[in-house]
Design a protein around this ligand. Structure first.
Ligand code: HEM
Length: 327
């Protein structure tokens, strides 16, 4: 902005023309631009809802660490059991997205660990083992391409062009994701890598995998499913007994990229069992769901973020979306 424009603004004399010129001059910060693009792709903003993963259901329980967890990290929840709060969700910012809609997938599982002494730390995972893009800038381009590829868009549409030049995104959108039987029979992945350090100072990079103990179960393709079948099934399943997930850390080998969430590491990599999440109570308070803000990089000693640029952009974008749903 030049000096004159700045002075006019300070003294409240900005004309509509000047305001427009300034709006064009200064693009939105990336977290706000990402939330705006998420809003656009889901016909939002939808008052009171998240810009992404808008529809969800919550439960509480306990995380019990495995004796092996401390070999990876000295983080307190890997030493002693702690209470957890979990939110399962559908993808997109559409609050009434039918649970069986292909766009509801990948589903989300955000887990908050309530640490001794009052702190918290979260794992925010999806039911896919990778992300479509390696940078937040590419994520913005992907969302903008989706938003401008309506039925009237000229061929090749912006999204066709994007997918044609981004093979990881093409693979992500063409991977079949059958409707799960339940949130309790779906596997979730942390996708971004973290650096784990144990009490002896030994460090390794790893990614979370959250595997249902009831087994992964999907439904046949043409099953007729009610729009809220997943959201309604969770409390019913909990009324019959606990839902359990094994939490694993897939450790990076020499040469595995730790800052690129599009890259799937070999299934043969070492896996450390971190513990078991046991859910036993549904949360019925809608306000609790609106208020909880998960933070993938709020970490205790023993866990640090990798330098994955997608990971770094997540919390700034989540905070913008949180601000939006308070209005
Ligand atoms: C630059 C990349 C990303 C952006 C811009 C982004 C954006 C968002 C936004 C705006 C929200 C709503 C947050 C809120 O209002 O509280 C959200 C929620 C969520 N995101 Fe992301 N996200 C990104 C990457 C990822 C990745 C890599 C994963 C999984 C590994 C992921 C999983 C989730 C889940 C599970 C939720 C729902 C959390 C909840 O239940 O509150 N996101 N995302």
């Amino acid at each position: 902005m030049n000096r004159r424009a700045c002075a006019l603004l300070v003294f409240g004399f900005a004309t509509p023309v000047l305001q427009l010129a300034m709006a064009q001059e200064e693009p939105k910060p990336l977290p706000a631009a990402l939330v705006e693009a998420l809003n656009k792709t889901s016909g939002g903003p939808h008052a009171g809802f998240r810009a992404n993963h808008a529809k969800g259901v919550m439960a509480t329980g306990t995380f019990t660490p495995s004796p092996k967890a401390r070999s990876l990290s000295k983080a307190p929840h890997f030493i002693k059991p702690v209470p957890v709060t979990v939110r399962f969700s559908n993808a997109t910012g559409v609050p009434n997205m039918p649970d069986a809609d292909p766009n509801a997938s990948p589903h989300g599982m955000a887990t908050r660990f309530h640490l001794p002494g009052g702190g918290t730390t979260d794992i925010v995972a999806i039911s896919a083992n990778s992300f479509p893009v390696a940078t937040p800038e590419d994520f913005l381009s992907l969302l903008q391409a989706v938003a401008s590829s309506g039925p009237d868009a000229a061929k090749p549409t912006p999204i066709e062009q994007f997918l044609g030049t981004h093979p990881a995104a093409m693979k992500f959108v063409t991977t079949p994701r059958p409707a799960p039987e339940s949130f309790g029979t779906l596997a979730f992945y942390g996708v971004n890598a973290f650096k784990f350090t144990n009490a002896k100072g030994a460090a390794s990079y790893a990614r979370y995998q959250i595997i249902p103990l009831a087994g992964e179960k999907a439904l046949p393709e043409k099953t007729e499913l009610a729009p809220n079948y997943l959201m309604e099934e969770l409390p019913k399943r909990l009324a019959k007994g606990p839902i359990k997930f094994k939490v694993l850390a897939q450790v990076a080998n020499e040469g595995d990229k730790v800052n690129d969430p599009t890259e799937v590491w070999p299934a043969s990599n070492k896996v450390v069992e971190l513990g078991v999440i046991t859910l036993n109570k549904a949360v019925t308070d809608a306000e609790a769901q609106r208020q909880i803000l998960f933070n993938p990089v709020g970490l205790p000693a023993g866990i640090e973020p990798s330098d994955d640029p997608v990971l770094a952009m997540r919390f700034p974008a989540y905070a913008v979306s949180y601000g939006q749903r308070q209005k």
